[in-house]
Design a protein around this ligand. Structure first.
Ligand code: PEP
Ligand code: MN
Length: 340
């Protein structure tokens, strides 16, 4: 439920509404605009009686949000959320460019790729130190050692780093090094993990689960937001369909749909959607044309030797060429790509 106060409502009146919301066992989110203060009631609304607020002198109107997700919905916040990390933005005129290897494999490899992608215009580095692998025998990531190399890559380039968190037990170590926490597709509905990440003061990339509907994805974002963390970036990375020519099916329609339903920034990961290097550029172009706020692209200096996702990883030169090609598409929709 959203309670819109009359212009000029006093702090005392705001407190009164806030107190009433709490008396129903819900919590409130107060948003002060230039003209009006809007108070969102968060929690189980069935416990709350709209008439109790409609009768208050300071209340202009009471709106029920019928969608199951509230804090992340456009009904709750009209303006786009822009997430800023170490001066780099996700949302707004610049298309954020997250680039780097699937897995951090070593120091020289990570720092070397970071320098190349930074020179090509990347605005964030990516690299996994905790890897969610289908096989328990496949490379599982370097853990903290990998996080240290990411920090060295950040020091070398000045770019913030995004890395996956798979388990609440790793929160402390990941928090020590990461600037953005990635929740992978396989964990999109790991509700305990989402709840813990919601308590952190750190931006989160929430990847769409490979079989998740858009509403399920937004409900997962709501888990994070409901705990207080509103710095959420949604990432479309393809969904499973009957098609086998691509690793996943890139759901380009999800981008405008989610931007209509939610104020959160939406980025796209053409690498995991495609599974093949040759498809990364066209899918990235489609994402930008459809209104994506950023891209996440896997880059490896020796893809044929990569310990994970080699077939979909661009070499640094190819990444630079893709970024150059995207620049024109971005300008056609009034935006620019990364630092290119
Ligand atoms: C990744 O980014 O390397 C990854 C594992 O992605 P996803 O969770 O989208 O499969
Ligand atoms: Mn990968």
């Amino acid at each position: 439920m959203i309670i819109v106060l009359k212009p000029g409502a006093t702090q005392g009146e705001v407190d009164e509404v806030d107190g009433k919301i709490r008396s129903f066992g819900l919590s409130s989110h107060i948003s002060r605009g230039v003209e009006r203060t809007i108070i969102g009631a968060i929690g189980d609304e069935r416990k709350m009686d709209a008439e109790a607020f409609e009768g208050m002198e300071c209340v202009e109107k009471v709106l029920r949000i019928l969608k199951p997700y509230k804090l992340v919905s456009r009904d709750f916040q009209k303006e786009d959320t822009v997430v800023t990390v170490l001066g780099q933005k996700v949302g707004g005129d610049t298309i954020a460019l997250f680039a780097g290897p699937c897995s951090v494999e070593g120091r020289d490899m990570m720092v070397g790729i970071a320098e190349r992608v930074a020179a090509a215009g990347a605005t964030f580095l990516r690299g996994g130190a905790f890897k969610p692998r289908t096989s328990p025998y496949a490379f599982q990531g370097l853990g903290e050692e990998g996080l240290r190399y990411l920090a060295e890559a950040r020091a070398a380039t000045g770019l913030p780093v995004a890395t996956e968190l798979m388990d609440p037990r790793d929160i402390d170590v990941v928090m020590k090094y990461a600037d953005v926490i990635q929740i992978g597709a396989r964990n999109m509905q790991n509700f305990r993990l989402l709840t813990e990440v919601g308590k952190l003061d750190k931006p989160v990339i929430l990847k769409r689960g490979m079989s998740a509907t858009i509403v399920e994805w937004l409900m997962s974002a709501e888990y994070i937001a409901s705990q207080g963390n509103r710095q959420i970036i949604l990432c479309e990375r393809g969904v499973r369909t009957f098609e086998t020519e691509t690793r996943n099916t890139f759901d380009v329609s999800a981008i405008p749909v989610v931007k209509g339903l939610s104020h959160l920034p939406v980025i796209a990961d053409p690498s995991h959607a495609a599974g093949k290097v040759g498809l990364v550029a066209p899918l990235a172009a489609a994402a930008i044309a459809a209104g994506a706020d950023g891209l996440m692209i896997e880059v490896h200096d020796r893809p044929e030797k990569a310990l994970s996702d080699g077939p979909q990883s661009l070499k640094p030169d190819a990444f630079r060429d893709v970024v150059a090609r995207l620049t024109k598409i971005a300008s056609a929709v009034g935006r620019r790509v990364g630092n290119a």
